[in-house]
Design a protein around this ligand. Sequence first.
Ligand code: DGL
Length: 272
Amino acid sequence: MALIGVFDSGVGGLSILDEALRQLPDHDYLYFADSANAPYGEKTSEWIAARSLHICQFLVESGCQAIVVACNTATAEAIRDIRAALQHIPIIGVEPGIKPAAMQSQNGVVGVLATEATLKSDKFNSLLSTLPGDCRFVKQAGAGLVPLIESGQLHNPKTAALLAKHLEPIQAAGADTLVLGCTHYPFLAPLIRTIMGDTVQLVDTSQAVVRQLARQLAEHQLTKSRQSKRSLRLLSTANGAQLHRMAMQLLRADASQRLIDTHTIDLDLITR
Ligand code: DGL
């Protein structure tokens, strides 16, 4: 077993943690939510890169043997620097699933809902440029959605109205497939289906990300089983109790048998 760090700007990475708890239940997890600084998607590339690296260094110092950067924005802006600085452990990132979406779409029109930083990033745009030109991508930044999700407003009229506004150009273009290019957005799936209808295909890469994590753990021989009770540590830079509540609300995987401990931490006060 290994201690796996899962990091996001906030609660979005719980969508990846959920899948990891299902596919890889025999590991310990440390979930880090930088909710005091969410949303990342509206910050500069330099800030996102420096902050993400700082957090990953903290996760390694806390004993993590593998890290999932469970944030499309941080992956786009920081994964290269993180991998360069922490070469001895597997670092798994998450990217908008535009390739599988292009393959799944029947009519060749795909919506991409992601943060502004992700859509503007070189990493995303070079991925886009590798795809054949027969698919049209309608890109839309989901400004304002992350704070609503962070505060647990997943079903209320305000969230529905903002989401409907962001989805309008995607619907107007006739997209039959929508890429959820931010790890917060899978939690809006029921609302998205209400707005776009049940036939829209939603593409979320969490299963593929966790399969990649499993491969990397095997390669690094971090798969041995163990006896003791498994743990789930929840750390938030804003409010540990709120993260705990959100985790209990959003995780569908069974975490009831784990030792769960929750803390609010101020990363800037931790001397390194
Ligand atoms: N959950 C993140 C992502 O996947 C970031 C959202 C944000 O903080 O803007 O992009």
